[in-house]
Write a protein that binds this ligand. Structure first.
Ligand code: BDP
Length: 582
């Protein structure tokens, strides 16, 4: 899947801004014809979650309606026109000028519709119905009776009742683009890189939207290289293998990017062009090691969230820049997109700035009761497909995570994960696949993974207050897991809530000292285990959750930065560990 570009063949127009909005608690909109355009809408900002924009909608999860009007800014004769949504949580249904375009399920992956036949030069009316309700047959799920996840030590669940520990923000959360491409446009590019004797090998597959007699021209340049190739489309695809002598490899600390220009030529004329940044690098698992460019790499960093006051999960570019600056300051080299795919802008920046990313699907809070299981399995499979299609060309993405903290139970969990991991590997044999689990040694899904990802909170949820016993159990458990699976292991979550400004000596739970101490002592354990290849603290920043007694102020306080990005004691402790020379 190609992100829309603006160049001499392609146009793209961001229709984000202030849209009209209506809550629809009686589900009257469809009957009353809101799809053709509605009145009495209030203004809402797009992109942003709706929940914190108004006084009366924080816990309202849908349905709700969005509407905007737009004119087309170009001469698009002979072109194909699309509307593209970066993220709508959770169910979207879209109309243009009263005609239903289709829908999409799942909150964090892009979708688009061809609007060539429906769009007018002026006065287009785009309407989106969004339903973010929590339900057992959705992924991630919520309002599940008998399976409620309890972060609160048995004290009464959470509200809204999510099966996961982050606020179920809803709405149009990433940009909406109208874009135009030529009739014989590239629909997709797949780039895979390898290294041979210091040279970079760049394998490219280009695919046209519609098969047509055409030639593809490839030009890779940058870092002193200038390599070209040409190949004829066979049906819709054309392939090329480029060799970059003495390549400047992509890695954290040296995020060398080349620029790949692809042109489609028909009858001697260039009819389409697209430019893609390419980082030449390899990722592999070898025994207990995770290798980047053939050398062992150790991940330092975080599990995170897309979360910020007022915008909720809405794309906010300054926060992206700020967060990378903080990750750089603290000495992180990586993060996991817990617990859903992050914005394309976030990944572009990881490519540019040299951060490693474990890209995760939205499959969080899974449970394995028979009812609805097939549907959940199909949905999770589609998430894997959509995620790989979207993110496969990012050098920063080094691993796929198919789920977080499933409540795995026999007999269904094992085949469920077998299917997901196989799918990820079939679609992309070049990246390791993982699953983040709290179950540990008994997690059968680990069998299929290349890397084992464990989330552990001993010294917090278990052995509360007792870091000596908590870290002793951690050490034993890591060894037991490694004995059983013999794979590299990342501790993808560990941490403690610390209320910013709360102090205690000796350290006590919820104080900044306790958080810093727990993180430091965990890292001591991890560094003594040669098969551990990464430490991701949970979480980089405090983040909004549903309400419950274990979440003061409806926040998870496990951030080493506050929600507004101020460091707690643990951030300084981590910086001493991760950037010892500064
Ligand atoms: C794990 C989850 C994560 C939670 C975290 C916590 O993977 O989403 O926020 O624990 O409880 O269970 O802080």
């Amino acid at each position: 899947m190609l992100y829309p570009q603006f160049n001499r063949f392609r146009q793209s127009h961001d229709v984000s801004g202030f849209w009209d909005f209506r809550f629809d608690p009686e589900a009257a909109g469809e009957v009353e014809g809101w799809a053709r355009g509605f009145d009495r809408g209030r203004p809402i900002a797009v992109p942003a979650s709706w929940n914190d924009q108004f006084e009366d909608g924080r816990d309202y999860l849908g349905p709700a309606w969005y509407q905007t009007r737009f004119d087309l800014p170009w001469n698009w004769d002979g072109k194909r026109l699309f509307v593209r949504f970066g993220s709508v949580n959770y169910l979207a249904s879209v109309w243009l000028n009263g005609a239903h375009l289709g829908g999409h399920e799942g909150g964090h992956l892009p979708f688009e519709f061809d609007i060539t036949a429906l769009a007018k030069d002026a006065g287009n009316c785009l309407v989106v119905r969004v339903d973010g309700e929590l339900a057992g047959d959705r992924v991630p799920p919520g309002n599940v009776t008998g399976e409620a996840i309890d972060f609160f030590g048995g004290h009464g669940g959470n509200f809204p009742q999510a099966q996961f520990d982050f606020f179920p923000f809803c709405g149009i959360q990433r940009p909406v683009l109208i874009y135009a491409v030529p009739r014989s446009a590239l629909a997709d590019l797949e780039v895979v890189t390898d290294i041979a004797a210091g040279d970079g090998l760049v394998r490219i597959r280009a695919r046209l939207g519609e098969a047509a007699p055409a030639v593809a021209r490839f030009h890779l340049h940058g870092n002193g290289a200038d390599v070209t190739a040409q190949s004829t489309f066979e049906g819709p695809t054309a392939e090329a293998n480029l060799r970059v002598p003495n390549a400047s490899l992509w890695a954290p600390g040296a995020p060398n990017l080349y620029e790949l220009e692809v042109e489609v030529v028909q009858g001697g004329a260039v009819v389409d062009g697209y430019t893609l940044p390419v980082g030449i690098r390899t990722v592999a698992v070898d025994g207990d090691k995770l290798l980047l460019n053939g050398r062992p790499i150790y991940l330092t960093g975080f599990g995170r969230h897309e979360d910020f006051p007022v915008v909720g999960r809405g794309l906010l570019p300054p926060v992206i820049v700020k967060d990378y600056a903080l990750m750089d300051w603290i000495g992180a080299n990586s993060f996991r997109t817990s617990h859903y795919p992050y914005s394309e802008q976030m990944l572009d920046m990881a490519d540019r700035l040299g951060f490693l990313v474990i890209a995760e699907t939205p499959a969080v809070g899974l449970f394995f009761r028979e009812d609805g299981l097939d549907r959940r399995s199909e949905l999770c499979l589609r998430y894997v497909q959509e995620l790989v299609a979207r993110d496969r060309n990012h050098p920063s993405v080094i691993m796929w995570s198919v789920a977080n903290e499933p409540h795995s139970k026999p007999p269904h969990a094992k085949p469920f994960f077998h299917r997901l991991v196989d799918e990820a590997r079939a679609l992309d044999p070049t990246r390791p696949v993982t699953l983040a689990s709290f179950i540990g040694e008994a997690e059968e899904g680990f069998e299929f993974c290349d890397v084992v990802s464990l989330n552990r909170y001993s010294g917090w949820y278990t052995q509360p207050g007792d870091l000596t016993e908590g870290t002793r159990l951690l050490a034993d458990e890591l060894d037991a897991i490694h004995r059983r699976f013999a794979k590299p292991l990342i501790l993808t979550e560990f941490g403690a809530d610390a209320i910013s400004g709360m102090h205690a000596q000796p350290p006590e739970m919820f104080s900044e000292e306790y958080q810093a101490e727990l993180i430091g002592r965990y890292i001591d354990v991890l560094r003594a285990k040669p098969y551990v290849v990464g430490e991701h603290v949970w979480n980089m920043c405090d983040f909004k959750t549903s309400q419950g007694v274990g979440r003061p102020g409806a926040l998870n306080h496990k951030g080493v930065f506050t929600r507004d990005r101020r460091p707690k004691l643990a951030a300084h402790r981590l910086r001493e560990i991760w950037r010892p020379r500064d």
